[in-house]
Design a protein around this ligand. Structure first.
Ligand code: BG6
Length: 490
């Protein structure tokens, strides 16, 4: 049983309180923390949306979503009752300057208790909401602001948003969330690297051949066409989640786990990323799915999901070869790929070690180089592939076998969703797993030229069939270097 550390009483104020993110991630996360006994009796959750609800209507609305999400789990009636008692709904149009004093009145004086404003809205409202909170006297020292990725759609819009929210909240009270940093396996990567002496001496270009990071999803647009078609996989996944994973694999050991110690090291990684546009060979493959089937069920193509817009050039898949210009990683490619409507939902980091410098076993016993695999989802765990001798007399037969650590088997506990940890980190005031302003801007300034180059071209993304592993050009991207994508995934 994981140790539960109770937090101080708080108010969570969720803008976009009836939206997709709130109902699918935020409210279920708070619900689970409540069931586990982490949330004190006095804590409240205010959901804000334009549409008005009576208290009962909102409680019913939330309960029906939570029931769907927790199907199969046994939830005690008192857990339902306690959680629903915490909920308040407040009707407010965040785009209008009316109603903010009423919100302040509804929230009450606060008296120094932590008050978290979670903006589960489009980024275009971040600045306006922050300003209006301040004008209503709601941005005092105990107030914290959480904003979702993507922060803007390029460097200049990210700067504008950061300026606007930074004009009201100081950096230490801004939590830029990237839920990948809250995933168990991602934090385990830190434990693996820095709580063991085994890997760190080998963690460099002398011993590592390359790194692969893959995030594959089976879902398509999920009703988010308005956002996704303007963003695409590069802005939606690479600029944030995938780059954060690159940072955690590649960063130097921070001095401590303190927020700035970790974020300083991640920033150095982002700043050492080599340009994608100046390389002689193309390092980027963009794809878009066409109709296919996943798990035996037919799936429409992207253009059909968009309502027949065959002209959209939005990429639903991207594969990239990244390089890092520093002593540790010079010459070690980082291949990253992510896509929607792929064959299976699976995310993993693969660290491919170099072959031994000389084999004493001769040609009859070919050696397979070691490989470390960190599985983010599903079945979180770590696998290290090692060469061993097959049992039995006779010749010396060698085989590559997995040394497996499945977290579910080793720790018989429920795996909290990433948001559960992150939402409580905000209440505790721990910013280590959130992105600092300079990180977000460094990520945009690296990716922007590649997006611009693409937008200026007339190229269409390569097609791939829904339910496949992406376009063949992505296979060629890695095979050109004499390497292959990790076969257990693709
Ligand atoms: C979100 C993206 O940040 O991450 C989505 O906007 C994506 O498009 C999601 O589906 C993936 O998260 P997870 O935790 O399911 O891998």
């Amino acid at each position: 049983m994981a140790q539960i550390i109770p937090v101080a009483p708080f108010d969570y104020v969720v803008f976009g309180g009836t939206g997709d993110l709130a109902t699918r991630k935020l409210l279920p996360a708070l619900f689970h923390r409540d069931i586990d006994g982490q949330i004190p009796e006095e804590a409240t959750i205010f959901a804000i949306s334009r549409r008005s609800y009576t208290a009962t209507e909102y409680a019913d609305f939330v309960q029906s979503h939570l029931r769907r999400q927790t199907q199969g789990a046994e939830i005690r009636p008192q857990d339902w009752a306690r959680f629903l008692r915490r909920l308040r709904h407040f009707t407010l149009d965040a785009g209008s300057d009316q109603g903010w004093e009423n919100l302040a009145r509804a929230l009450g004086p606060g008296n120094g208790r932590v008050r978290v404003f979670y903006l589960a809205t489009s980024p275009q409202y971040y600045g306006t909401i922050a300003r209006r909170l301040a004008a209503a006297g709601l941005a005092g020292d105990a107030a914290r602001l959480v904003v979702e990725k993507p922060i803007g759609s390029d460097l200049s819009s990210a700067r504008r948003i950061n300026d606007e929210i930074g004009g009201v909240f100081d950096e230490g009270r801004i939590y830029r969330i990237d839920h990948y940093l809250g995933k168990e396996a991602v934090q385990n990567l830190l434990a693996l690297r820095f709580a063991n002496s085994l890997f760190e001496p080998l963690w460099n270009s002398m011993w590592i051949d390359h790194v692969q990071i893959s995030v594959s999803e089976t879902v398509g647009l999920e009703g988010r066409a308005g956002y996704y078609d303007g963003a695409g996989a590069v802005r939606d996944m690479v600029q944030n989640h995938l780059l954060q994973l690159v940072c955690l694999v590649a960063m130097e050991p921070p001095q401590t786990l303190a927020a700035d110690a970790v974020r300083d090291e991640k920033l150095k990684v982002l700043r050492s990323l080599g340009s994608l546009t100046q390389s002689r060979e193309s390092c980027v493959v963009r794809g878009q799915y066409v109709a296919g089937a996943i798990d035996g069920s037919a799936v429409p193509g992207y253009a059909d999901e968009l309502g027949g817009n065959a002209r959209s050039r939005t990429e639903t898949y991207v594969a990239m070869k990244l390089s890092l210009a520093n002593w540790r990683w010079a010459g070690v490619p980082f291949y990253v790929r992510t896509g929607k409507r792929m064959a299976r939902k699976a995310s993993e980091i693969v660290v491919q070690f170099k072959p031994v410098p000389h084999s004493i076993f001769g040609d009859s016993a070919p050696l397979v180089a070691n490989r470390l695999i960190v599985r983010l989802q599903p079945d979180e765990g770590i696998t290290l592939r090692l060469m061993t001798k097959e049992p039995g007399p006779g010749g010396l037969r060698l085989r590559s076998v997995p040394l497996d650590l499945s977290f579910a088997e080793t720790f018989s506990t429920r795996f909290p969703e990433a948001y559960e940890r992150l939402l409580m980190d905000v209440v505790r005031g721990n910013t280590t797993l959130f992105m600092r302003r300079d990180e977000v801007e460094a990520a945009w300034s690296w990716i922007d030229p590649s997006i611009l180059e693409w937008e200026r071209s007339s190229e269409h993304p390569k097609s791939y069939v829904a339910g496949s592993w992406g376009p063949s050009a992505a296979t060629a991207l890695i095979e050109r270097d004499g390497r292959t994508w990790h076969e257990e995934l693709s």
